[in-house]
Every structure is written in structure tokens, then in C-alpha cells.
Design a protein around this ligand. Sequence first.
Ligand code: G3P
Ligand code: CA
Length: 270
Amino acid sequence: MKKYIIILLILLLVGCSQSESQEEKVTLIAHRGAKNLAPEHTLTAYNKAVELGTDFIEIDLRMTKDGQLISIHDETVDRTTNGEGEVSQFTLAELEQLDAGSWFSNEYQGEKIPTLEEIFDTFGKNTNYFIETRPMNGELVMEDELLRLIEEKGLKDYVIIQSFSRDSLKKIHQQNSEIPLVQLLYVNLTKEVREDEVKEYATGVGPYAPTIDKEFVERMHEVGLEVYVWFDNKDEKEFMPKVLSYGVDAVFTDFLDNTVEVMSQDISKQ
Ligand code: G3P
Ligand code: CA
């Protein structure tokens, strides 16, 4: 009898330690895809990120003149395509004529700006999606279409929505309170965040790495908000070890291959 009790205790201990280590894993978000290996926001950059084992691919949303949600960061197409002009002044058909790969390397000539629907159809439930909304010309125009697509593709359990816009997140929360929402924080506002206000509509906050300390992370955790940290491309390598030591829940990375390697060695939530 005593032997069985000891075996039972061992099994319980093993079970506990497994679930703890799963809980402690830091979530990896491939910022704009594997953007150091392929042109950002393209299907190729996202595919590389999924192959490298990212937990989430990050998508910056913008809307075309004809109401299609596409994946591109800047207000204009100038930096990441061979075209010129504001994204919102192009129809999807016009944007599809642009080359979104050559600016990165000739190897990627002919890459297209993908629609959100294409990204969902390509990866389905094989990855998770960290999607950023923003007002377009001051209007909240993308939220309804985003929620419609998530619903149509059956992906609500695979999505987190992030935004610097409180209004955008609140609008989404009113329509669907199940999808996790992350309030991104501007560089100079991190210290001023009212966690009790954010908690009313969001499940997490997204501060800029150099603006946080361990106390900030503990403050957010005390009220049940998760902490998703983003970096400037130039300071990620310096600040990554620091923020991991603070016990953050997730990090965006611009150097996915390197971060995956470092994480596989030793790093978990502290
Ligand atoms: O979404 C977090 C981070 O991506 C915010 O910066 O300008 O790259 O969208 P940005
Ligand atoms: Ca973003």
C-alpha cells in the first residue's frame, strides 16, 4: 500500500512540474514574419517564421481603397514595394501589381503584399496570429471586417489582437469579448498606464522594452494583465535578456532564428 502511495506522489509531482514548465514558456512573436530573413509581411517571411517554430506571426493591418485588409506596416507603399503613394489610395488589384520583395533582395522579386485572408488560408490553424489594428484617417474601419474574417475562417482561438488605439480595442471588445486583446503602449506612456482601466477591455499590455522594469511587470501581473514586449530593431539584442529576466509573458522578435536558438538553450519566464 505504502509503495502505491509513493508512486502516486511521484506521478503527481511529475505532472505538476510539467504543467509549470509549460506555463513558464515565453511566447515568441515573429515581428512582421521572419523579417531578417525575407521581406517583412510577405507570405515567404511568414512561412519562414512558422518553419522556425514561432508561436505567433505578427501582422500589421491596413485597408485598401476597396475595403480589403492587407498586411503592410507603413502608411505608404514606398519603403517596401516598387510603388509610391498611400496604401489607402490603392485598390487591391492595383496593389497586387507591386513588387514587395526586390527592395529586400533580388531573390524575392515578385513577392506580393498579402491579404489577411490569404495569410489565414495559407496557415490556417498551423500557427497563431498577432494582429495589429489602427485607425485609418482617424476612422475605425477595419474592426468589423477583421472580426468577420476571423469568424468565417474559424480562427478565434488562434488570434490575439493588438493596437495602440484604445478605441479600436474597445470596439472589438464590445463585439467579441472572447478574443484576447493587447493594449500597445507608446514609448512615453508605459509608466502612466492605468492597469485598472486597461483591464476592463484587454487581457494584456504591449510596452516598449527599454521603458519597463521588473516592478512594471509585477504590477501588470497583479491585476491579471499579461506583458508582451516589443523592441526597436536596433535595441532588441541589448534588451532581450533584461526583459526576459523580468518575467514577461511574450516577446516580439526581429531576429527569430537567433531568438529561437537562445530560447532553446536556457530561457524561460523567470
Ligand atoms: O506591434 C508591436 C510593434 O510591432 C509596434 O511597433 O511600429 O513595428 O508596429 P510597429
Ligand atoms: Ca506591429
